[in-house]
Design a protein around this ligand. Structure first.
Ligand code: AMP
Ligand code: ZN
Length: 478
């Protein structure tokens, strides 16, 4: 079966276009990862969550996605932070890398297939700089660093539309981050200074001892990964937050295409910011919240996911406690509804009104997500389904199709992954449940279905959901 058509906005063309991977059903997806100088905040995770939904939806549509997420473990910020902490770079970044993986799991983000760490890709980075020097698009400045000559790359600025802006030949910038009105030659390789040496962030290279610029890292890691694994030099999708369009992604294109002569990525996707009272959430502004803050407050990750998915990824989200509370309530309703379906499913017939509602749910979610990953429309379809199905379940003479509805609801809520986290297990409760299940089994065997149903209700009242399977009854907390 060939994958379903998925259309996505492409920053390169500023249009919504059908995704056309190089070699379907494979999709290579490169998502710029965290800079592990500190804990990631939930603004960073808004971007990683939009990418998680993208990945899950493409997989649901039948694509075979290979996701690469790099870890920026050497750049201006990590070096500065390591210096301030008085630690070698690797020692400073290791716990933040670990924390990132923990936060990712808490937020139910599917792990990427590989997490290349910049410090482990030095040979690829050095080779890339050497090739750019050979091709004459890079030069060694008198400060000992190597720069990319943007005037030698005629399509520079195509992604960020710098067309009108004057490119001052030879104007240079050494820092990893700079403003859009400063299109200058940027550092590919920075000559090692005393601070770099002090934290162990310096490597030998034919063009001088130094360290990579941040932009170089992503070009080298992505090309190395897709080249080695798939023998290609073009990514199907490259994604990140909107702040990466310039200079980061613009420079990645220049470096990569300046080396390979091939398009670097076919589709560019950028997610909008998570804001707080209209200002971008960032460490710099001090208006941030980390994933671990939310976890410590006992916030169910499903609520964070629902909160973010209620807004389209190309629209800003303003984070407020009220919005989070509303999302928590939404998640609770979804869980309660699922409980109702589970309760009803074993007693119901195959087809009926719930089954047609389920067909509509799947069609509506697919139409929404195929249309530039319109998650808010998918969420609306989910709640519309809950309303419609609840009305059916309220009728005394129900109804038909509950099992089908449960399956469809599970699949669609599963793509968004917004159902409540099952509650942690209390061992005393667990042994009580086992005892009750034994009693229910006995009652069923002696065809005392009234007693069996009463036990099911008794369990449900304490939040235990039962599912009868050929291997016996399974249970979980809801
Ligand atoms: P960094 O760790 O700073 O390299 O950023 C990791 C990712 O988070 C990048 O894709 C950024 O574009 C993204 N990002 C940073 N701040 C925000 C924010 N407030 N809202 C959404 N995404 C963000
Ligand atoms: Zn990157």
């Amino acid at each position: 079966m060939s994958p379903a058509p998925v259309s996505l906005y492409n920053t390169l063309t500023r249009r919504i276009e059908p995704l056309q991977p190089l070699a379907p059903p494979r999709v290579t997806l490169y998502t710029c990862g965290p800079t592990v100088w500190n804990y990631a905040h939930i603004g960073n995770f808004r971007t990683f969550l939009f990418e998680d939904l993208l990945r899950r939806w493409l997989e649901h549509a039948g694509y075979d996605v290979f996701q690469i997420m790099n870890l920026t473990d050497v750049d201006d910020r990590t070096i500065k932070a390591a210096r301030q902490a008085g630690k070698p770079l690797a020692e400073h970044t290791a716990p933040f890398t670990q924390a990132f993986f923990e936060d990712r799991d808490y937020l139910r983000i599917k792990p990427a297939h590989v997490y290349p760490r910049a410090t482990e890709y030095m040979p690829a980075m050095i080779a890339l700089v050497a090739r750019l020097l050979e091709r004459g698009v890079a030069y060694r400045g008198e400060d000992g660093s190597v720069y990319f000559a943007i005037a030698k790359f005629p399509t520079y600025g195509r992604l960020s539309r710098l067309d009108g802006r004057e490119i001052k030949v030879g104007a240079r910038v050494a820092s990893d981050e700079y403003a859009k009105d400063d299109p200058s030659d940027f550092a590919l390789w920075k000559k090692a200074d005393a601070e770099d040496e002090a934290v162990g962030a310096a490597w030998d290279a034919p063009f001088g001892r130094g360290r990579p610029g941040w932009h170089l890292e992503c070009s080298a890691m992505s090309l190395e990964e897709i080249g080695r694994r798939f023998g290609v030099q073009t990514l199907d999708i490259h994604a990140g937050g909107v702040d990466l369009i310039f200079p980061h992604h613009e420079n990645e294109i220049a470096q990569s295409e300046g080396t390979t002569g091939q398009p670097f990525a076919r589709h560019w996707l950028h997610g909008e910011f998570l804001n707080v009272r209209g200002t971008k959430m960032s460490k710099r502004h001090g208006n941030f919240l980390t994933a671990r803050d939310l976890r410590e407050q006992g916030v169910d990750a499903a609520a964070v996911r629902l909160l973010f998915f209620q807004t389209h990824y190309r629209q800003p989200v303003d984070f407020t406690d009220q919005a989070l509370d509303a999302a928590k309530e939404g998640v609770r309703r979804l869980g309660e509804f699922r409980g109702r379906l589970v309760e009803r499913a074993p007693k119901d017939n195959e087809s009926g009104p719930l089954s047609s509602l389920a067909t509509r749910l799947e069609a509506d979610v697919a139409a929404a997500l195929n249309d530039d990953l319109n998650a808010p429309r998918a969420v609306a379809a989910l709640f519309e389904f809950v309303r419609g199905a609840n009305r059916e379940l309220d009728r005394p003479d129900v109804s038909g199709g509950t099992a089908r509805a449960l399956a469809a609801f599970g699949r669609m809520a599963g793509v968004l992954d917004v159902l409540p986290t099952p509650k942690a297990l209390d061992p005393e409760l667990a042994s009580w449940v086992e005892e009750r299940l034994g009693a229910r089994d006995k009652a069923r065997k002696s065809k005392d279905f009234k007693a069996a149903d009463a036990i099911r209700a008794e369990l449900a009242a304490r939040g235990v959901e039962i599912e009868d399977t050929p291997q016996g009854a399974k249970w979980r907390m809801v």
